[in-house]
Design a protein around this ligand. Sequence first.
Ligand SMILES: NC(=O)c1ccc[n+]([C@@H]2O[C@H](COP(=O)([O-])OP(=O)(O)OC[C@H]3O[C@@H](n4cnc5c(N)ncnc54)[C@H](O)[C@@H]3O)[C@@H](O)[C@H]2O)c1
Length: 320
Amino acid sequence: MAKISIIGAGNVGATCAYTLLKSNVADIALIDVVEGLAKGKSLDLMQAGAIEGYDKKITGGTDYKDAEGSDIVIITAGLARQPGMSRSDLLGKNAGILKSVLTNITAIVPNAVILVVTNPADAMAQLAYMVTGYSPNRVLGMSGVLDSARYKYFIAQELGVPMASVDGMVIGAHGDSMLPVVSQTRVDGKPLAELLNRDKIDGIINKTKFGGAEIVSYLKTGSAFYAPGAASARMANAILNDKKEILPCSVYAQGQYGLKGIYIGLPARLGRGGAEEIVEVPLSPDETEALGRSVSSAKALLAELTELFADLTNYKNLSQ
Ligand SMILES: NC(=O)c1ccc[n+]([C@@H]2O[C@H](COP(=O)([O-])OP(=O)(O)OC[C@H]3O[C@@H](n4cnc5c(N)ncnc54)[C@H](O)[C@@H]3O)[C@@H](O)[C@H]2O)c1
């Protein structure tokens, strides 16, 4: 029986649980540090099944024992952005939360694939890799599926076409330096550069980069969760069902794209083994340069993390 645990029953965690339940793929354990929160939401979600027609089981609580036997653990525990904050501003607080979550997880579910959603996602995935000591394919972060969804949405809006007509992806760090891969973007098979001029494309890139911040500015009390929840569920689905689907995610580069020892958004083939392969797609010289800049920003954040938590150097998996 397939099982997914979701740590953090807030906006993203609960939305992800609902999306997964509706696709009937696995039983779910929802865990949150706040007494009653995961329990209440799990009952609500179970009862929605009578309307929606799903019959997988969802439990909720504060006890990590509920995660036992999970194939995948999705971590959404942590603080979300408030207006004026960047994802990087969450680094110290969320790293502390993640360390405690991971200590529990490694003890209870030593064989699961870990999907980190908590921001800043690349640094948190790297932290998870270091703390768990798992092989890098079993630890990945959610970033590019969400960023690519925003990119596709803005292209479809600009051209007045269905979102399904747009094929494109965003790689690089999950932050302001993310990189929509324009050279590989197609709309109904046609290169984007043949359909829009450079100014329009730059406008779309900009909107994509700040799409999350735009939502935060409207919500005022937190950040986006429908698309992030759906993106996390899509990745979990690809892993659980061994789809071998190529999705952009935060993965540990080991020489691909000339990068090594860093978690960064790259296209990866997802299957039961997690991120089974990092797939190299051709990039233009400008895009290669932009990816380099994005990696530098991810490295700067990682340096900050190592400074904040000196004990990271004791962990089994170290960045090279
Ligand atoms: N990677 C991405 O693309 C992406 C997208 C959206 C949100 N996020 C991140 O996901 C995280 C969650 O966002 P949200 O909107 O669901 O926030 P939220 O505040 O609605 O939910 C967070 C939940 O985590 C719980 N929590 C805190 N510490 C915990 C602990 N030690 N153990 C278990 N649970 C704990 C809280 O009680 C809360 O219910 C944030 O860090 C946010 O920045 C990432």
